[in-house]
Design a protein around this ligand. Structure first.
Ligand SMILES: [Mg+2]
Length: 229
C-alpha cells in the first residue's frame, strides 16, 4: 500500500525522524561533524588533535550521553558556539545529500501537518532538509534543544507526540530505529519503521524499504488509537 493511505485525516500529524530516515548516507556527514567536534575539543582543552577523539569518548562517558554537544554543554560551552563550529560548518552536498524529488513528491502527497523530530540539533536537520529540497514541507523541526536535551527513545523526547495524542489527533511516526518505533507505538500511535530490513520482523505497524517510492508494508500490530475519536 501507499504511505499516504495510512493517514487520511486533514488534521493529522506526521512525525519524521531525520538522520537515516529522510536521508540514508548518514555515516560520511556524521564522521565529518565528529572531526569538527574533535578540532573544537582539541582547541578548547588545549590538547593535540590526535588525543581529542579519546577525550571526546571520555566526556561522553563522564556525562552519560551519546551527544558531544550535551557533554560540552556540561563542560560550560555555549551550545550555539559548539553548534556553529561543528554541525553547521559542514556542507551536506559534499556528502551526497542532495535534492530528492521523489521523496519530495511522497511527502507532498501526505495529508495533514508534517514535522521533524530529531536527536540532533534542529538547525542541523534544517541544513539537511534544505539540501534535500524539502524543508518547506515541514511546519516545525524539533531537535535536541527543543526537546530539552532529552534523546529518543526517552519518553520526554516524544512530548510533541504525547500532546497530539492527548488532543485526539491522528499521528503517524516514521523512524529508522526500532527502539524509537517501539516507544512511540506503545503510546498508541501508528508507526513506520524505515529502511532496516533486519529489524522489520520485530517492528509493529508498518515497514518501508524506501520512503522515496512511497510504498509501505504492514508487518505488525497496528495501533488502535491512531484515528481521531
Ligand atoms: Mg534515525
Amino acid at each position: 500500500m501507499k504511505i499516504r493511505d495510512i493517514q487520511i485525516d486533514p488534521y493529522g500529524l506526521w512525525v519524521f525522524d531525520n538522520d537515516g530516515t529522510l536521508y540514508r548516507n548518514t555515516s560520511c556527514i556524521r564522521e565529518a561533524v565528529e572531526k569538527k567536534m574533535n578540532s573544537f575539543i582539541a582547541e578548547y582543552f588545549r590538547i593535540e588533535f590526535e588525543a581529542a577523539e579519546e577525550k571526546r569518548r571520555e566526556l561522553l562517558k563522564q556525562h552519560q550521553t551519546t551527544y558531544t554537544l550535551i557533554a560540552m554543554r556540561h563542560e560550560g560551552v555555549d551550545p550555539n558556539v559548539f553548534l556553529n563550529a561543528t554541525y553547521l560548518s559542514v556542507v551536506p552536498e559534499e556528502y551526497g545529500i542532495t535534492k530528492n524529488d521523489e521523496l519530495r513528491e511522497v511527502i507532498c502527497n501526505l495529508t495533514g501537518e508534517k514535522v521533524v523530530l530529531t536527536n540532533n540539533p534542529s538547525q542541523f536537520a534544517s541544513l539537511i532538509l534544505d539540501s534535500l529540497g524539502i524543508s518547506d514541507l515541514f511546519s516545525h523541526v524539533y531537535g535536541m534543544m527543543e526537546i530539552s536535551f532529552m534523546s529518543k527513545p526517552h519518553k520526554r523526547a516524544f512530548d510533541v507526540i504525547a500532546r497530539a495524542v492527548d488532543c485526539h489527533r491522528s499521528v503517524v511516526y516514521v523512524d529508522d530505529q526500532l527502539d524509537n518505533v517501539l516507544a512511540v507505538h506503545s503510546m498508541g500511535v501508528e508507526t513506520i519503521l524505515a529502511y532496516d530490513p533486519a529489524q522489520a520482523k520485530c517492528a509493529p505497524g508498518y515497514y518501508a524499504a524506501s520512503l522515496s517510492n512511497g510504498e509501505v508494508y504492514h508487518v505488525g500490530a497496528s495501533s488502535t488509537l491512531m484515528r481521531r475519536a
